[in-house]
Write a protein of this length. Structure first.
Length: 306
């Protein structure tokens, strides 16, 4: 197995561990709506990104054309603003387990799309990995759907599906566009994404303040500030940097499988939040998720020639 695949999987695991925190944030600041959570998180992300990008700006600016800034706008909207609005809405209406179940279908969608690219591993070789992933997701959601079926209703499910569609488009588009920019580092691309996402959040700030100004004391606002700042630093700065590094190291078919780590860690954080141990089906799902990634790595080994 190549060194780049091992490093890429390690980066994907780290990104998943950090991104899993975004599922917990809506529970930590439940008094605030998805719009306030999204705007707060991405304003903080944009601020930190701008500060880190400032000393690198003169070197980066000539390497990004107008089409790259347009791509950054689209990717920021899909992978950050729109995705998190949908995800936070789904978590608050339907719970962490239901939302992570739906998002858990991301690997299947991204891997199937990636299998159509030139030089990609054939879908038949990926079938065992995909089947394990699907089985793992099914185990994750079996009890969650039965236990929380009446909690969020159809609106929570639609929000989760919207997050799924939005992030699938982001994962594919981001990986492909990064491949076209060999002179732009993953870190600089992440920081530029943060600046654009922060600008989008500024446009939504008046609406967020108007929707959430009443019914909160100073302590509530400080808690929101702490949550969104922590998520911005952990998930948006560090997590995105690891993900972009992984996107350069792995083929798109394997990139899709790495999203399973986000689902796995989101569930683990949910168990800690709910102060309980995973049930037998949930434990089985974790084993299947691990098997899915290992099988996908094995499928990407060079085929021995006789």
């Amino acid at each position: 197995m190549s060194n780049s695949i091992v490093k890429g999987v390690a980066c994907g695991m780290g990104a998943g561990a950090l991104w899993g925190l975004v599922f917990l944030a809506p529970e930590l600041a439940r008094g605030f709506g998805p719009l306030q959570l999204a705007v707060g998180r991405f304003l903080a992300y944009g601020l930190f990104a701008a500060l880190l990008l400032a000393p690198r700006w003169q070197r980066l600016r000539p390497r990004l054309a107008a089409r790259d800034w347009w791509a950054l706008f689209r990717l920021s909207l899909l992978g950050n603003t729109l995705y998190y609005l949908c995800l936070a809405s789904a978590v608050q209406r339907g719970g962490i387990a239901m939302t992570s179940l739906v998002i858990g279908f991301l690997p299947v969608m991204v891997t199937v799309i990636g299998s159509r690219e030139s030089h990609a591993v054939p879908l038949a070789r990926l079938a065992p990995s995909l089947l394990c992933g699907l089985a793992g997701v099914a185990c994750i959601g079996w009890q969650a759907i039965a236990g929380d079926a009446g909690r969020g209703g159809i609106l929570a499910l639609l929000c989760a599906v919207g997050a799924l569609a939005s992030w699938t488009a982001y994962a594919v588009g981001n990986s492909r566009h990064l491949a076209r920019l060999p002179d732009v580092s993953e870190h600089d691309w992440n920081l530029a994404t943060g600046v654009v996402t922060g600008a989008q959040s500024l446009l939504l700030l008046p609406l967020a303040l108007k929707a959430g100004i009443d019914g909160h004391d100073a302590g509530d606002w400080w808690r929101l500030a702490a949550v969104v700042t922590g998520v911005a630093l952990a998930a948006s700065i560090a997590g995105n940097a690891l993900w972009n590094r992984m996107s350069r190291l792995l083929p798109l078919t394997l990139v899709g499988q790495m999203i399973l780590f986000e689902t796995l860690f989101a569930l683990l954080y949910g168990f800690v939040w709910e102060q309980r141990l995973p049930t037998a089906p949930e434990t089985g799902s974790m084993v299947l998720v691990a098997a899915s990634v290992l099988l996908c790595m094995r499928a990407h080994r060079p085929v021995a020639r006789v």
